[in-house]
Design a binder for this molecule. Structure first.
Ligand code: ATP
Ligand code: LTN
Length: 328
């Protein structure tokens, strides 16, 4: 039986953190053997919010390197940079012309992001979901593994695909969101009411995948807890709950085992043990990352191969789209 296709994207808006790893990348790596996969560093989405050019360039490379370091491999997956495959922009324009404005006005991510943006909100930020639809539809992806926050964008992509097909024939495959039942939302350390986020300016809120052992110990030590004593999973105690959740995601023990393990211990013990678990879990990833980026030109070659493979599929698809519409 032919394998289904998976597509997902990740922005280069900052340093990848533990939330990105546990909620997304680790799952992509473990599911890659069952599917044909495309994992894309979506730099064109990243510039919907203003970025410093040299930082952006470095982050694009870092994010791509971390995808490989987390175990995504070239045998099973195509890893590439969005702006290196020009068909993404081309298809986004075409889809713009069939997407009703009202559909975009309903997108909650735009409402949230445009509120926190102090500078002028760009047309690109508003159009973000259409570019995302183009990403997915170019590769005939069946499944799109994302966090809960992206469900609405994948639904919009389905609607756009169906509208296009209704007008021009069966060209696109309407995809489905694939939301992992577990690990969907790692919260900030200092501010556990908000999710850990790349674009959050407060450094102490998130653990970067490239943080040193001392940085990790320091951030976890300062994590917000509460004035109670017992160590239990409880949504109403977001700080402690988040530390325990991270511990659980990394050790893969069940909640009862973990609560028994920490019975009678202090928050200090919890934080110290969690820090060691995080350090040990990230160690192999950091070693692979250093190897990959230490070897001159290695990552660049991998990304060039990725862009070539993605480009071949994207070119076929855009041709089919143009023919169906009378552009070719
Ligand atoms: P930004 O702050 O720029 O929005 P982000 O950290 O939210 O960035 P994205 O690039 O938007 O990250 O998301 C990449 C993937 O990581 C998505 O699939 C998203 O659902 C997942 N993800 C992001 N933050 C978390 C988190 N705190 N917990 C679990 N998964 C997360
Ligand atoms: N909007 C997504 C990133 C993204 C994406 C995609 C995810 C861009 N294009 C296509 C899945 C499929 C985010 O912020 N996580």
């Amino acid at each position: 039986m032919e394998k289904k296709t998976v597509f997902s994207g990740i922005q280069a808006s900052g340093s990848l953190h533990l939330g990105n790893y546990l909620g997304a990348i680790r799952n992509w790596a473990s599911m890659q053997y069952e599917y044909n996969n495309y994992f894309c560093v979506v730099d064109l989405h990243t510039i919907t919010i203003s970025q410093d050019p040299s930082t952006l360039r470095a982050k694009i490379r870092e994010v791509a390197g971390l995808l490989f370091a987390a175990g995504i491999n070239e045998e099973n997956s195509v890893v590439y940079i969005q702006s290196e495959v020009k068909e993404h922009s081309e298809l986004a324009w075409i889809l713009n012309c069939i997407t009703p404005l009202g559909w975009l006005h309903r997108m909650t991510q735009f409402k949230e992001k445009s509120e926190t943006q102090k500078e002028e909100v760009s047309v690109g930020l508003f159009d973000y979901p259409v570019l995302q639809a183009a990403d997915i539809l170019l590769y005939d992806a069946h499944l799109v593994p994302v966090g809960e926050d992206q469900r609405q964008h994948v639904e919009l992509c389905r609607d756009i695909a169906q509208r296009f097909n209704y007008r021009y024939g069966q060209v696109f495959l309407p995809p489905e969101a694939f939301i992992a039942p577990f690990g969907g939302r790692v919260m900030g350390l200092a501010n556990p009411d908000k999710k850990m986020s790349k674009s959050e300016e407060k450094q102490e809120d998130s653990i970067s995948l490239l943080d040193s052992p001392d940085q990790i110990r320091g951030k976890i030590k300062k994590a917000t807890t509460d004035s109670l004593r017992d160590i239990r999973f409880n949504q109403e105690r977001p700080g402690v709950n988040n530390l325990l959740t991270i511990y659980q995601l990394l050790t893969e023990k069940n909640q009862e085992e973990i609560e028994n393990h920490f019975a009678g211990k202090s928050y200090k013990d919890l934080k110290e043990q969690l820090a060691e678990v995080v350090i040990e879990s990230l160690r192999p990833l950091q070693e692979r990352y250093n190897e990959l980026t230490g070897e001159q030109g290695c990552l660049e070659e991998m990304l060039a191969r990725g862009a070539e493979r993605a480009g071949a599929q994207a070119e076929r698809k855009i041709r089919q789209v143009q023919e169906s519409m009378g552009l070719r």
